[in-house]
Design a protein around this ligand. Structure first.
Ligand SMILES: [Fe+2]
Ligand SMILES: [Fe+2]
Length: 215
């Protein structure tokens, strides 16, 4: 398949996953939450994600031969720690201890799974494209909802602006490098893996926020 056509099929797969969340938005989106206690839990969980995202992008640097992708990953690494700082400040403003948090089982598995990917195309498809694509879809929704408090939307507006700024770089990386049937097959599987684990993470987070069970 032509690599641009392939990138579009992945984009569609991610868009369908996003649409499937609309009927019952996860706690992760903040939108269904009714107390700051719940919102703090979600933000702590999402702060963990920023830290892990930076670790993973940074960890991929040496094994990424494509210099343009390497530079993009280096910038993304730095950006994730800026996001972490925004969330730490917001949590402190609510009297919460930012990193007083234990990762949920599927959350650990999801990041460990990203970390284990070895090929540039599958990495970029699974994490920046599928993983961050879903995250940013829900951020956009939370900003538009009008019911999410300002202490949440203010840091996420900055995070969302960052995501907008680098536009659709994962798509362009796939167009440039997903040029063989083998690479495309690996990337498609990695995207499916990413979405399965994200679904599980959202379910784990719901259970923790609503029922207090972390595993
Ligand atoms: Fe990011
Ligand atoms: Fe981030």
């Amino acid at each position: 398949m032509d690599s641009r056509e392939f990138a579009k099929t992945i984009e569609k797969q991610v868009a369908e996953f996003c649409a499937s969340l609309d009927a019952k938005l996860p706690a992760y989106s903040y939108i269904p939450l009714t107390t700051d206690e719940m919102r703090v839990k979600v933000m702590q969980s999402r702060l963990f994600n920023e830290i892990r995202a930076g670790e993973i992008f940074g960890g991929w640097l040496k094994s990424t031969p494509e210099l343009d992708v390497k530079k993009t990953l280096a910038e993304a690494t730095h950006e994730e720690y800026e996001h972490a700082t925004f969330l730490e400040e917001a949590l402190r403003s609510k009297g919460a201890v930012p990193h007083e948090y234990q990762a949920l089982p599927a959350q650990m598995a999801m990041f460990n799974a990203f970390e284990g990917l070895t090929d540039t195309v599958e990495r970029i498809a699974a994490f920046p494209m599928a993983g961050e694509g879903v995250a940013d879809y829900l951020i956009a929704k939370s900003l538009k909802a009008g019911t999410v408090p300002k202490w949440i939307t203010a840091p996420y507006q900055k995070i969302h602006d960052d995501e907008e700024e680098h536009g659709n770089y994962p798509f362009e990386i796939l167009v440039k490098y997903a040029t063989t049937a083998e690479k495309q097959e690996r990337a498609a599987r990695a995207v499916s893996m990413s979405l399965v684990l994200r679904r599980q993470y959202f379910d784990n987070l719901d259970r923790w926020v609503y029922e207090g069970k972390s595993y």
